[in-house]
Design a protein around this ligand. Structure first.
Ligand code: ZN
Length: 241
């Protein structure tokens, strides 16, 4: 994985604007991993995808993550500072198969292709079921193939539990503790949403810098973006103090 230049980040930001997060995630990884095909990236499990995005985020923005949360009990805002290592979970090497009550099921982990396949389904329950069925590779009862719809709830739960444990990076939860009212709760941390919001802020800042430097010196956008952030800052200070 390689890091991305200011100009490349701006291009990705532009291509990803108005796109769903699953597409934005792949745009970023495709630019950072030019040796890997789009299809290969789309077939990474969501946890593998997020682990790669976390590494890319670390290369571009550093390893400190600062976020804010609102206490659902007293409404206080608290600032969270964590390190990328705090939310990097190692995937358990579990078999992607369960054998429960005479049922044997082999499955794979959900990936970006699955998210794309269910994107147009407005009913969340149907979408979730469709995604689940896409991930089933072999469904048998007493060694005879059966339909996925015939699986009892207990077997489905066992499969979902195994999926979560095999791909923990796909669902990061932070345990929070309100310093004001001591309320404790959990929030989901979505790497794609967080990283894209940071990219959005970075893009706005870069465009502003290009505007100011181009106005003052008549330089081209590409030349300004090729400057290091330090140099851009020094020139901006010379102009605007
Ligand atoms: Zn509180």
């Amino acid at each position: 994985m390689r890091s991305l230049s200011a100009a490349e980040l701006l291009t990705i930001w532009e291509q990803g604007s108005g796109q769903p997060n699953r597409h934005r995630a792949l745009l970023l990884l495709a630019a950072a991993c030019p040796q890997t095909s789009w299809q290969q990236l789309a077939q990474l499990s969501l946890g593998q995808r997020d682990a790669q995005l976390l590494s890319l985020r670390e290369q571009i923005m550093g390893s400190e993550i600062v976020s804010v949360a609102t206490c659902p009990h007293c409404g206080d805002r608290l600032e969270l500072t964590l390190m990328t290592d705090d939310i990097r979970l190692s995937a358990a090497d579990l078999p992607l198969a369960v054998a429960v009550a005479g049922y044997q099921v082999q499955f794979r982990l959900p990936n970006s292709e699955d998210l794309a396949a269910i994107a147009d389904q407005p009913d969340l329950a149907i979408a979730t079921q469709h995604l689940f069925q896409r991930c089933l590779l072999s469904v048998k009862q007493l060694s005879q193939p059966i339909e996925a719809a015939e699986l009892p709830a207990a077997v489905i739960t066992a499969i979902l539990t195994q999926m979560e444990q095999a791909d923990p990076q796909a669902d990061i939860r932070l345990a929070l503790d309100c310093p004001t009212c001591q309320h404790q709760w959990q929030v989901a941390f979505d790497v794609v949403t967080f990283f894209w919001a940071e990219l959005n802020a970075l893009a706005q800042r870069l465009l502003q810098e290009v505007h100011l430097l181009a106005s003052a010196y008549g330089w081209h956008e590409a030349d300004i973006l090729a400057l290091s952030p330090q140099r851009r800052q020094i020139y901006l200070e010379m102009i605007y103090g």
